[in-house]
Ligand binder design. Structure first.
Ligand SMILES: Nc1ncnc2c1ncn2[C@@H]1O[C@H](COP(=O)(O)OP(=O)(O)OP(=O)(O)O)[C@@H](O)[C@H]1O
Ligand SMILES: [Mg+2]
Length: 367
């Protein structure tokens, strides 16, 4: 079925206002190439694409163009509600859109709240405390022991993550918390430092159609500076803005790890998806704790879909979903969820889904 698909996005090249003092200010936003490639993928599926860049004219453009559905990539501008803004506009206008709703996006962007939800569900995540600007670091350090890891509470794309985010003394902790407050104008989240390997996993679908994509192991590449490496330098490092920006990491997909660990991370990711009532697509990040057990870092219900470097694109390729098929699969899952297509229509990844052993192991229908 050929549809008019609105493509909503923030471009790196279009910053309306900013704090102006942060080198990673636009790190969440897409480059023009990604937008072009996603538009081409949608057009390859027979759809007509209407571009909807995020700016002051967006609401009027949506009202005017009234697309059948919006493919949402828009990160928004502002604080922890920024990713919720476009979905909220679309709900107001009654236009269906890909991905999760404003509440899920807001809760997931707030790392402290995410961890409260995940903990409440009995899922593992590092012990932590939050320090708002103007508030003191708690005298008991929230029961967290050194080394600790300090990050802005509501950023993504490793914004505010530096090699110095790992702190080993009270003076380093105070300095990093102050830096987060000054630079990002928001609370700092202080977590127990997780010394193990890092993994990321994408999920695609809804309800009984939900599947996890193959697990990615994130490793330090050969040019990662020593300061970022952990006790096991072949595997363990700080995946900071410095590393991400210069693409110094390597991503192995499917991760060569014991089946039991893959299975455990898949199960946890599915459970986290249910907690957040995600829709269509998301990516969940984990790191191993000191006992080698996976610990939830964060969920990204608005994950990067860059063809060149996103984990989702890599995971798609690993199961034979080329880029166009991945993008169209996300759209198809949205259309099925909204009753705009029947579930036999989503043929793009049906073959892989049908062959996949990876059936949902968590009860509940998702959202
Ligand atoms: N508690 C921790 N212990 C050790 N390393 C951590 C911890 N928290 C975060 N990190 C490191 O910092 C990186 C970024 O952290 P996190 O995933 O929370 O931030 P993000 O900016 O939202 O990431 P993304 O780019 O995936 O959106 C992680 O990939 C990991 O390498
Ligand atoms: Mg992350």
């Amino acid at each position: 079925m050929a549809l008019t698909v609105g493509l909503a996005y923030n471009l790196k090249t279009h910053l309306p206002w900013g704090r102006g003092n942060v080198e990673d200010e636009a790190a969440d936003f897409d480059d023009p190439q990604t937008i072009r490639e996603i538009a081409e993928a949608l057009e390859a599926g027979g759809h007509r694409v209407v571009h909807l860049p995020y700016d002051a004219g967006l609401f009027a453009a949506l009202e005017r163009s009234r697309p059948d559905v919006v493919f949402n990539l828009a990160e928004g501008w502002g604080d922890r509600n920024r990713e919720s803004i476009v979905p909220a506009m679309l709900e107001y206008l009654g236009i269906p859109y890909t991905g999760s709703d404003p509440l899920t996006l807001g809760c997931a962007l707030d790392k402290h709240w995410s961890k409260l939800l995940v903990t409440q569900a009995g899922l593992p995540t590092a012990r932590s405390f939050k320090v708002s600007p103007g508030a003191a670091i708690p005298a008991d350090l929230g029961g967290v022991r050194f080394p600790m890891f300090v990050k802005p509470n509501a950023e993504g794309s490793s914004k505010g993550i530096r090699f110095s985010s790992k702190v080993t003394s009270l003076s380093e902790l105070e300095a990093m918390v102050e830096w987060v407050h000054q630079t990002y104008d928001q609370p700092a989240l202080v977590e127990e430092y997780l010394p193990g390997r890092e993994f990321s996993i994408g999920l695609l679908g809804n309800g009984h159609r939900l599947r996890s994509l193959p697990l990615v192991a994130v490793r330090p590449g050969k040019d990662v500076p020593e300061v970022a490496l952990g006790a096991d330098p072949a595997n363990e490092f700080i995946y900071s803005y410095e590393v991400k920006h210069l693409n110094l990491e390597t991503a192995e997909c499917p991760a060569a790890v014991p089946d039991a660990l893959t299975q455990r991370i898949e199960d946890l990711a599915m459970a986290v998806w249910q907690v957040f009532e995600c829709r269509d697509v998301a990516r969940v990040d984990f790191k191993l704790d000191i006992d080698g057990e996976p610990s939830f870092l964060e969920i990204n219900p608005l994950p990067s879909l860059s063809r060149e470097w996103s984990f989702l694109a890599l995971e798609g390729r690993a199961v034979g979903l080329d880029y166009s098929a991945l993008i169209l699969s996300i759209l198809d899952e949205c259309l099925i969820r909204c009753g705009l297509a029947d579930d036999t229509a989503a043929g793009r990844w049906a073959k892989w889904r049908a062959e996949s052993q990876n059936s949902p192991r968590v009860a509940g229908s998702g959202n």
